[in-house]
Design a protein around this ligand. Structure first.
Ligand code: UTP
Length: 288
């Protein structure tokens, strides 16, 4: 079955980025000059998906505006002959069919995904978290879709993380099928380092079968008092095959300050219009 729909949960409170996220969603914070959520939407498009549902919440109106037309701005750019910027701004509103639904209370990622039930229907679908931006030759989601086409079952995008960081992630326990794939036997959300079965962490990319909705309907609050997607997926692997795929690419945790700074520097250095002047500036910094 083809993956045609993607869900981007963006209703979290972004407390790690306060006070910036008091009035602005963290998904709108820019890496250089593009909001992080646009990188995610571009990954979805480059992976061949045509419909996206963004799960929004309070204070998230600017996400909808970002992907909508901005008639006055476009008029102004046209009149002032700023063709390149006009093209850039128009491109965003034409990118893809963007749908939104509100998660009324931030009850957790599992609850946010459950809000996509009627949009998704009875098909496997992709989930991408805006906190994880992946820089890779082949889009991360495309790699995942290719794995789904091979295994026809739920696929979790994973990579090994430093052991001292396992308590920040959903952690996979399973059997290695080959260099890239594990059969998932169990999952644990944010375990203490001593209790973690592995250091293989789910990093914000999933292809999930619709069976998850039946499960999430009954999933109880877990770590942090939130309805956790990991807990739902843990139940799913008792019913269906679930695989973990080690994707290729450099992943940035842009929901954390340090990950955000790393991504900002690396992305700026990749830009033709900034590289030379930014490098020249970086060379002037005394790092001691
Ligand atoms: P996080 O826990 O990383 O996001 O959730 P957060 O709560 O916004 O961040 P901090 O920890 O307070 O800084 C992972 C993803 O799940 C979404 C978030 O928007 C993020 O993309 N999420 C989380 C929801 O959509 N709804 C929720 O109730 C919780």
């Amino acid at each position: 079955m083809k993956i045609k729909k993607a869900v981007i949960p963006a209703a979290g409170l972004g407390t790690r980025f306060l006070p910036a996220t008091k009035a602005i969603p963290k998904e709108m914070l820019p890496l250089v000059d593009k909001p992080t959520i646009q990188y995610i939407v571009e990954e979805v498009i480059a992976s061949g998906i045509e419909d996206v549902l963004i799960i929004t919440g309070r204070n998230k109106g600017s996400i909808e505006e970002h992907f909508d037309r901005a008639v006055e701005l476009e008029d102004n750019l046209e009149k002032t002959h700023k063709e390149e910027l006009l093209e850039e701004v128009r491109k965003i509103s034409k990118m893809i069919n963007i749908h939104t639904v509100r998660q009324k209370d931030p009850l957790g990622l599992g609850h946010a995904v459950y809000c996509a039930k009627s949009f998704v229907g009875n098909e496997p679908f992709a989930v991408l978290l805006g906190d994880d931006v992946v820089d890779s030759k082949k889009p991360c989601l495309k790699q995942m879709i290719e794995m789904f086409e091979e295994y026809n079952s739920t696929i979790l995008g994973v990579q090994p993380v430093a052991w001292e960081n396992v308590n920040k992630y959903g952690i996979v326990s399973g059997e290695k099928l080959n260099d890239k794939i594990y059969t998932v036997k169990d999952l644990v959300e944010k375990p203490a380092m001593e209790k973690a079965p592995t250091n293989i962490a789910i990093l914000g990319r999933y292809i999930i079968t619709p069976k998850i909705f039946e499960i999430l309907e009954n999933t109880k609050k877990g770590v942090g008092g939130e309805i956790q997607l990991t807990d739902g997926l843990k139940d799913l692997c008792n019913i269906e095959d679930v695989f973990a795929y080690i994707f290729e690419g450099r992943r940035y945790d842009v929901g954390s300050k340090i990950g955000f700074l790393e991504a900002t520097v690396d992305f700026a250095l990749k830009r033709d219009d900034l590289r030379d002047s930014f490098k020249a500036y970086l060379r002037t910094i005394n790092l001691d």
